[in-house]
Design a protein around this ligand. Sequence first.
Ligand code: UDP
Length: 238
Amino acid sequence: EGKPLRFSRILLKISGEALAGDRGVGFDFDRIGFFADQIVEVARMGVQLGLVIGGGNIVRGTQLSQMGMDRVGADYMGMLGTVINAMALQDVLEKKGLDTRVMTAIRMEELAEPYIRRRALRHFEKGRTVIFAAGTGNPYFSTDTAAVLRAIQMKADVIIKATSVDGVYSADPKKDPNATFYETISYRDVMLEELRVMDQTAITLSKENQLPLIVLNLHSPGAIVRAVRGERVGTLVS
Ligand code: UDP
């Protein structure tokens, strides 16, 4: 209706914490339902949509390794956590009438399809929302890096990182009242100023592949829908 769509294929990254309640762990289905409505709306706009889900509400590899666990095993636990989240999100989205597929970077075919790029593209063509789970399938990486990787492999027009703040600031706005907000910023400046937009691996990968990134607030009503329409929302990193 009205405005032409600016993006036709989008990769949306949602952190594990977005699924959690105030304690930051487990699941809060009211909260999931709130942003799931936006996902459904975007999918109904005819946009091809891929989701990458984090796992921070279940396991963070670095935390377990600080507790003495070997990092590799800890990271595999983290990746399994993202699969748990993907299944929760899939359930919510399907109950809202969306056709979805979970694809995992680590094979577990009893519960989800393995990630196969061409098959994922076919799902997009058929209008299915694809939830990419298990990160990159490799320890020592993050789900932000997985999101960039899937976005460039799928040739998405943009990656949208939905966070708990409105976009990119010069400092953490939850701690520093003088933090200034950036409407746009270059990847170069993100690197130079060491802004914590995504981890360095993810930033480097998206910079090298000229993948634009929009950072916005997941909890701000309609933000994702407006960004998909090409309206100025959050911070554009390019
Ligand atoms: N992880 C990993 N390789 C990947 C993606 C994730 O080893 O490619 C592990 C890592 O231990 C990480 C955990 O999975 O801490 C959960 O992912 P992440 O911290 O990125 O989730 P988010 O912060 O987005 O909730």
